[in-house]
Each structure stands twice: as C-alpha cells, then as structure tokens.
Design a protein around this ligand. Structure first.
Ligand code: NAD
Length: 418
C-alpha cells in the first residue's frame, strides 16, 4: 500500500499493533486506524529568483478527525514523502488523544531543502502551497503548525494567504504564529519545555536527582532541542553535547549555551565551535550521559546502536527517532524511554491553547500558559506510567494504549458511517 512505503509508517503500524494487542482493541477500530482518512498531493510551482519555475511536491494528510479538527505541523525537508507525512499524521492522532485534546491528527510537508531558497522564494512557495491546500485547512477543519524547516514566519504567511482568500483575518487557521499576529506566549519554547517537564517526572520514577551531576546530550539544536537545552540547564543539569546538521560538539565539563549562541549567531552551524570536541551525529548518541534527547530526525536509534547508548533516560523530542528494533533493545536493557507522543506533546498542547485564545480573542499570560502546560504534561506522564505498571508494558505502549483507548471509545460512540 502507498502509505506503507516509509520506515516510519511501518514502524508506526508496528507500535499501533502492539498497543492494540495489549488492550484487546476491536479489530474494526484497528483496521480504520491503519490508514489515514484522506490525503492531498499538490504540485507547488514557484518562480525562482532567476526567473525559472521550479515545481515542488507538497502533501497534507488527515489521519483521523473523530475527536475534532485535525492538527499537525508542516515540514520543509528534502526527504519528505507522502508516506512519511502520513506516519507523522498518525502519530498526531494518538498524541492529541493521549493529551485529551479535542483534536485529530494531520501533517503536511513539502519535499524541498529550505536552506537553498531565498526569503522571497520561501515566501512564494509557502503562499502557493497554502493556496493549493486551502480547501483542506481552516480553524474548524485542520490547523497547521511549524515542524522541521518551518517557523513562525512561515505560519504568518500561511495565515495571511488564507485570510486574504476569505477576506478577513483568521488567526485560528495556524498555530506557532509570532505574538504580533495572534500567537501565544510560551508557544515557541513549548515543545522543548514539555520535553523537560516529562523528564522531571521520569527522573522521580527513576530516582534520579536532576542536579549538576546529571549530563545531557541533545541531538538536533533547533526549535525543540534548543528550548529543551535552555530549560534543562536552568533546572541545574549539565549539557555536555548538542548537534545540528553539521555535526555535534562535546565537552564533558558542560557547554556554555550563551557562548554557543554567540558562536551560532555568527557562524550559523555548530561545527568549528572552539570550546568542545567535534563528534558526529551518530557518535553523539553513544556518548557518556545520563539523559539523551533525540530532537532531530526519525530513525536515529536502531538495532545498530541501541545497545551502545549509555543514557538512563531517553526523552524523544523528535517524532519517531527510535525504530521498533531499537526500542526492543532499549526496553530489554531497562532504559526509560519517554516516547515521542508523550515527550514532545507540549508543542501541540500549547498550539491548542493558541487556537483557543485565537477563537476567543482573549490572550493568557505566559505564566498561565506554562502552568497549564505543566498540569497537562505531568498528569499525562503519570497516567501513562500507571498504565505501564498496571499492564507491565513499556511507557511507549502505555502511551499508545491511553491515546487509542480514548479515541476508540469516541469512534464507537459516534458509530461507523454509513
Ligand atoms: P528545527 O528545524 O527547528 O530543528 C531541527 C534540528 O535538527 C536542527 O538543529 C537541524 O540542524 C538538525 N538536523 C537536521 N538534519 C539533521 C541530521 N541529519 N542529523 C542531526 N541533526 C539534524 O525542527 P524542530 O521543530 O526542532 O523539530 C525537530 C523534531 O521535533 C522533529 O522530529 C519534529 O517533528 C519534532 N517536533 C517538533 C515540534 C515543534 O513544535 N517544532 C513539536 C513536536 C515534535
């Protein structure tokens, strides 16, 4: 089947099937969850700065909309495929359900390397993509957000294009917007902050004191990895290694994040940072550390390296960073893995807050946002941990059981159509 072409989709299906077997899920529900509700494939023609037209492949997938409008990011990356987007949409369904949000799961993307585009090209591509997926999105239907390669600026262009089409400002059509166009305080850091909130709860369960003796490695120093690093440094841990697409840097005594920022502002990439040793992205995963946060791409922890990982806690900032085979090895070794749909759910939770604030035209303080985020993340962690203890399953399976259970119940109550 076309959906199943990517490793990420196959991996997500394996996780779904495992959770379904543990919870004795109705096979009629399971088969429906195996494939998305619908997908839109679009060609995105862009007038490049040299006057030539380039055509990019774009996608938007709705996996499930039983609980409410679909929610999910838009990814700009050269490896984006329909199957990968569909897998990410499926994960969004389970994530929204797990966090008890009134939202379904979606994802979108364009197969493009955004770093090769000028700002003008990026804007034209975003606006044309928005026009092409316009019938699919809307504050009551499907609300995009940032993901790899997209940010608040891209969300603003999407919001503006949509608003121009309908004739009035519609802030609720996207989340992750800058504050001046209706964004929420705390949204930019929400995913990384939420990752750390789940680490705080996991550390209690693992009897780990989060102080300066605890070392943290982070793969991917973008929106998620960067915010997680700042938050976990603030609570007193030592960041010993971080990486980006250029590779990683390692200092056993701890990295100074202010210095790193100054270096990045000037040099754009981490490679060459003087106060640390260079490591590859693969080596970073195997370094000595207590906590590992994969916050870049999927498929990073596999059967090839899972037995070499030294961290006691892994918090999946990225979506799908661990393959099924890698996960099995980590489980057998007793590594506490906080799975993506729980660890990185802070982004969609505060996106939900942003959507609600936009619909009500009433905005909250950053403290209110962060306090509400903490309440939801810590409650979700303990709900999942309880299921994992009760059913003797991994935290990943328990998180899926919790998410699927709520969704399955809503699917049964609504009934199958026709
Ligand atoms: P981003 O584009 O801001 O950052 C990605 C980081 O990964 C960058 O530092 C980049 O240099 C690095 N990177 C790219 N290719 C790499 C490679 N081959 N090896 C190592 N590092 C590489 O993206 P982001 O928004 O931080 O998203 C990161 C992950 O978190 C993705 O899996 C995304 O789906 C997930 N996520 C993001 C959000 C969000 O709110 N942004 C929410 C939930 C999950």
């Amino acid at each position: 089947m076309i959906w199943e072409e990517s490793h990420l989709y196959k991996n997500s299906l394996r996780q779904l099937d495992r959770a379904a077997s543990v919870m004795d899920l109705d096979p009629n529900i399971l088969i429906r969850l195996h494939t998305p509700k619908r997908a839109l494939i679009v060609s995105v023609p862009v007038m490049m700065d040299d006057g030539k037209i380039k055509v990019f492949d774009g996608y938007r997938v709705h996996h499930n909309m039983i609980l409410g409008p679909a929610k999910g990011g838009i990814r700009y990356h050269q490896d984006v495929t329909l199957s990968e987007v569909a897998a990410l949409a499926m994960l969004m369904t389970f994530k929204c359900s797990l966090m008890a949000l009134p939202l379904g799961g979606a994802k979108g993307g364009i197969c493009v390397n955004p770093s090769e585009l000028s700002m003008g090209e990026l804007q034209r591509m975003t606006r044309r993509y928005t026009t092409e997926i316009l019938p699919f999105i809307g504050p009551e239907k499907d609300i995009p957000a940032p993901d790899i390669g997209t940010n608040g600026q891209v969300m603003s262009w999407i919001m503006d294009t949509y608003s121009q089409e309908v004739g009035h400002a519609v802030p609720g059509v996207v989340t992750g917007k800058p504050i001046d166009v209706g964004g929420s305080l705390g949204r930019e850091e929400a995913t990384g902050r939420g990752v750390v909130y789940t680490i705080i709860e996991a550390a209690k369960v693992a009897n780990m004191n989060l102080d300066e003796s605890i070392s943290v490695s982070i793969q991917g120093y973008g929106n998620v990895g960067g915010a997680a690093a700042r938050k976990i440094e603030k609570i007193g841990c030592k960041i010993t290694s971080i990486s980006d697409v250029s590779g990683g840097i390692y200092n056993a005594n701890g990295l100074n994040l202010d210095d790193v920022k100054t270096y990045l502002d000037k040099n754009k990439v981490l490679k060459g940072y003087p106060e640390a040793d260079f490591v590859t992205n693969t080596e970073l995963l195997e370094l000595d550390c207590d906590i590992l946060i994969p916050a870049a791409l999927d498929g990073q922890i596999t059967e090839r390296n899972a037995d070499k990982i030294k961290a006691k806690i892994i918090a999946e900032g990225a979506n799908g960073p661990t393959t099924s085979a890698g996960d099995q090895i980590l489980n057998d070794r007793g590594v506490l893995v906080i799975p993506d749909i729980l660890a990185n759910a802070g982004g969609v939770v505060v996106s939900y807050f942003e959507w609600v604030q936009g619909l009500q035209h009433l905005f909250w303080t950053e403290k209110e946002v962060n306090n509400k985020l903490w309440d939801i993340m810590s409650a979700a962690f303990h709900r999942v941990h309880h299921i994992s203890q009760e059913r003797k399953v991994s935290i990943r399976t328990a998180a899926l059981v919790a998410g699927i259970d709520r969704l399955a119940s809503a699917m049964k109550t609504r009934g199958f159509f026709p």
